[in-house]
Design a protein around this ligand. Structure first.
Ligand code: AMP
Ligand code: MN
Ligand code: MN
Ligand code: MN
Length: 275
């Protein structure tokens, strides 16, 4: 069985529509796919309809942006009720700051001689409530300012670089409460991507566990092979289940392909153990 429990569609910053994403996952041999758009769950119904036509199980998911200790931390919710009012309202509030943030990003880019970024990013965003840094990144590549997406996130849009603006997302506690009230399980996304030392990481894991978090991503498109055993050990130490997901956004953009993931280390208990 191939599980891929982290992916994006045009409902956030992916480039495939939910049905296109599901079709691609099926082609890649994925058996169980979670759609986990940023702060948005409206793609799930179309994805589910498409999955019913193909031989693939669709997990209703979401990736919630949170702010913890001044840093942005992503929390994936899996098997949530996509119509739960508490979750929907929380996501709506989280999305509502994005437009203003995008304008501040565009203003910052204009300040370094890059005009038209707001309009350019908006044109690339299918969901106008969900403008992400990825849309700005694609705009910068399209206009030839940077050669590819990976390079954008070294030269722009990250702390200390042009186009970065700070932003306050939901709290970790709120995000976990929304996921749990909607009947889902909470997964700490791509922990290896947060540039923090062991002490900070241990604090994050402990607080996540304390708040009722169930799992962490151990195998993800964002981890290098040597990060996998490190986060498998964190999962064991904090008694957390382990998840697997590509974090697929677009074909040919440099990220991981759907379903192309190494198996979980033996010591891990998969998040789907009782599904
Ligand atoms: P936002 O939620 O608007 O802050 O955008 C975050 C998104 O930017 C992530 O979900 C990724 O799609 C993209 N992103 C962030 N860092 C990188 C990176 N180093 N390489 C590629 N994409 C990135
Ligand atoms: Mn993204
Ligand atoms: Mn993420
Ligand atoms: Mn993601």
């Amino acid at each position: 069985m191939i599980f891929d429990l982290h992916s994006h569609s045009t409902a956030s910053d992916g480039v495939l529509s939910p049905p296109e994403l599901v079709a691609r996952a099926a082609q890649q041999g994925v058996n169980v796919l979670a759609l986990t758009d940023h702060d948005e769950i409206k793609g799930v119904s179309d994805a589910r309809a498409a999955a019913a036509e193909l031989d693939i199980d669709l997990v209703a998911g979401v990736e919630i942006s949170t702010t913890w200790a001044g840093r942005t931390i992503h929390i994936v919710g899996l098997r949530v009720d996509p119509e739960h009012p508490v979750l929907l309202e929380g996501l709506r509030i989280n999305r509502s700051g994005r437009r203003d943030r995008a304008q501040r990003m565009a203003d910052a880019l204009a300040g370094v001689g890059i005009p038209g970024a707001m309009q350019g990013a908006m044109q690339l965003a299918a969901n106008d409530e969900l403008i992400s840094r990825t849309h700005f990144a694609r705009f910068l590549v399209e206009k030839g300012y940077v050669k590819n997406l990976k390079t954008v996130f070294k030269k722009f849009l990250v702390r200390g670089k042009p186009g970065y603006v700070s932003h306050q997302w939901a709290s970790l506690a709120d995000a976990l409460a929304w996921i749990h009230q909607a009947g889902g399980v909470a997964v700490l996304a791509h922990p290896g991507r947060y540039e923090m030392g062991k002490e900070k990481m241990s604090l994050l894991m402990a607080e996540f566990k304390e708040l009722g978090g169930e799992a962490i991503e151990v195998v993800t498109g964002s981890h290098t092979p040597d990060q996998v055993p490190i986060f498998a050990a964190y999962a064991e130490r904090y008694d957390l289940l382990a998840s697997v997901g590509s974090d697929f956004h677009a074909p040919g953009e440099g990220g991981r392909e759907l379903g192309r993931l190494m198996p979980l280390p033996e010591c891990c208990r998969p998040v789907w153990q009782d599904w």
